[in-house]
Design a protein around this ligand. Structure first.
Ligand code: GLN
Length: 489
């Protein structure tokens, strides 16, 4: 059997002990990516990565390197990378090379992390299966017939396949947590405003948030520390100091009040997933947590609210892709109107077009009050539910997704796809931090448990997840499709 894929923490310790260099780790990771068959990457930057690893090793030799220097990772292809293609999973940006780095990219590189390339994703982050990518579907390392989830499907699959120990993702309605659940990895969507959105291609700006994906909560803590912080270039980024997220991991959960939203355990939940969650709840009880039922009475409004707000914001954000300044441009336009129409018609896929049309309709004069304004009111009710729940409990626990991964090609109806996010969307609407943690296998496919915390309680979420991972081994299970990893490290 292949060695267990190494965690970021293990790689950090190995490099610190002088057991291996960053360049060795990066070279091995590049070999694994080369041999991999899951279509997890859109672009691999072997040359840039090797050079960055060598530079990190030199910094370390000079005593100037931070603890993460030289360690391999990869970015979702939604983050702008200076000189390296940023496609956002779309034909529209197939030839787009950004002239600057996103803040997240810049910060992580500043910490010495080495970006190996850009991971596959649903087009413009719209999707729950990675099937809307212009670059083809990603395969789930647990079963090549299965989707990896989406939209950060490549980032989840890259970790599950053991290619890199950590990746970035973005989560507008579940796109970090749902693929983390379906691929058996750990993912964290931070509080809205915790991580800068500057240079991250916008989908729905009031919901989008970047976060880490890795094998363990501890690795997510390491990555989040390198990503988070105020950025004056993002007006929604918050002036809140960044704690050391690894500090205090392992604190007792004695007396921690965990709420189970009763609406999240209803008839829509797959039986195997429900059983996995019951076992997880017992583990938390064993760790000293007090478990009680709570209610989020407006939970069923989350999906309809999101599918007005997200398309409305997307129709506005995506209006910049018009074939004039950048992105796909049609051949020989007859006039400006033809240029717009054909560039957008050719550059966008069906799901993106559907969202733009729905969003434009919802915002149009005469319908604005009935849809957009009403959705904003529902959004407030959803937030208020959470605020009431956090009066009674410290964290909420429920499923991440309604069931394990479905098969590629299985969901053809958009609404059935949208329902994949039924448990994740509300945290985005409220702006709350939330995590997905591996919690079991159903017929060989992973399921995740979701933890939702109060604003800026990333430390509480990470600690609960870490304690759970100290007493369970779901996060250590190796996907059958994982590449051998670890020799020499
Ligand atoms: N699946 C949801 C959608 O398609 C969420 C996507 C996301 O979080 N980026 O909108």
């Amino acid at each position: 059997m292949a060695d267990k894929p190494k965690t970021l923490r293990a790689m950090r310790d190995a490099v610190a002990a002088g057991d291996c260099s960053g360049e060795e780790l990066v070279t091995e990771a590049l070999e694994r990516i080369d041999a991999d068959t899951h279509n997890a990457f859109i672009t691999v930057d072997a040359e840039g990565a090797r050079a960055a690893a060598r530079a990190a090793d030199a910094e370390r030799a000079a005593g100037r390197a931070g603890p993460l220097a030289g360690l391999p990772m990869a970015h979702k292809d939604i983050f702008c990378t200076d000189g390296l293609k940023t496609s956002c999973g779309s034909r529209m940006l197939d030839s787009f090379v950004a002239p600057y780095d996103a803040t997240v990219v810049e910060r992580m590189a500043g910490a010495g992390l080495v970006n190996l390339g850009k991971t596959n994703m649903d087009e413009f982050a719209m999707g729950s299966s990675n099937e809307t990518s212009y670059y083809g579907p990603v395969r789930n390392p647990w079963d090549p017939q299965a989707v990896p989830g989406g939209s950060s499907g490549g980032s989840a699959a890259a970790v599950a396949a053991g290619l890199v120990p950590g990746t970035t993702g973005t989560d507008t309605g579940g796109s970090i947590r749902q693929p983390a659940a379906l691929c058996g990895v750990t993912g964290l969507k931070p509080t809205y405003g915790r991580v800068s959105r500057w240079g991250m291609i916008a989908f729905a700006s009031s919901l989008d948030q970047a976060g880490p994906m890795a094998r363990t909560a501890e690795d997510c803590a390491l990555l989040l520390g390198a990503m988070a912080g105020f950025d004056e270039r993002d007006s929604t980024s918050l002036q809140e100091p960044v704690p050391d997220y690894t500090e205090g991991l392992g604190r007792s959960l004695e007396g921690l009040r965990i709420g189970l939203p009763k609406e999240y355990f209803g008839s829509g939940l797959d039986a195997g997933t429900a059983r996995a969650l019951e076992a997880a709840i017992e583990e938390f009880r064993g760790l000293g947590a007090e478990i009680r039922e709570v209610s989020l009475p407006h939970a069923e409004l989350a999906v309809p609210t999101y599918y007005v707000i997200a398309p409305a914001e997307c129709s506005s954000n995506l209006s910049r892709f018009d074939g004039v300044r950048y992105g796909h441009r049609c051949q020989d336009p007859e006039d400006l109107e033809d240029l717009y129409k054909r560039s957008r018609g050719e550059g966008f896929g069906d799901e993106v077009k559907r969202r733009v049309m729905v969003g434009t309709y919802a915002l149009s004069a005469g319908y604005f009050d009935a849809y957009y304004l009403k959705a904003q009111r529902m959004r407030r009710l959803i937030k208020n539910d959470f605020m009431a729940a956090f009066e009674e409990v410290d964290l909420l626990l429920g499923p991440t997704a309604p069931g394990p991964a479905f098969n590629i090609g299985e969901k053809t109806d958009p609404v059935s796809m949208y329902l994949s996010d039924i448990y994740t969307i509300a945290a985005n609407l409220a702006g709350l931090p939330a995590m997905s943690v591996p919690a079991g296998l159903v017929d060989g496919r992973p399921v995740g448990l979701q933890l939702i915390g109060n604003y800026f309680d990333e430390p509480g979420l990470l600690n609960a997840a870490h304690r759970y991972q100290q007493v369970t081994d779901w996060h250590q299970r190796v996907a059958p499709g994982a590449t051998a990893n670890g020799e020499g490290a």
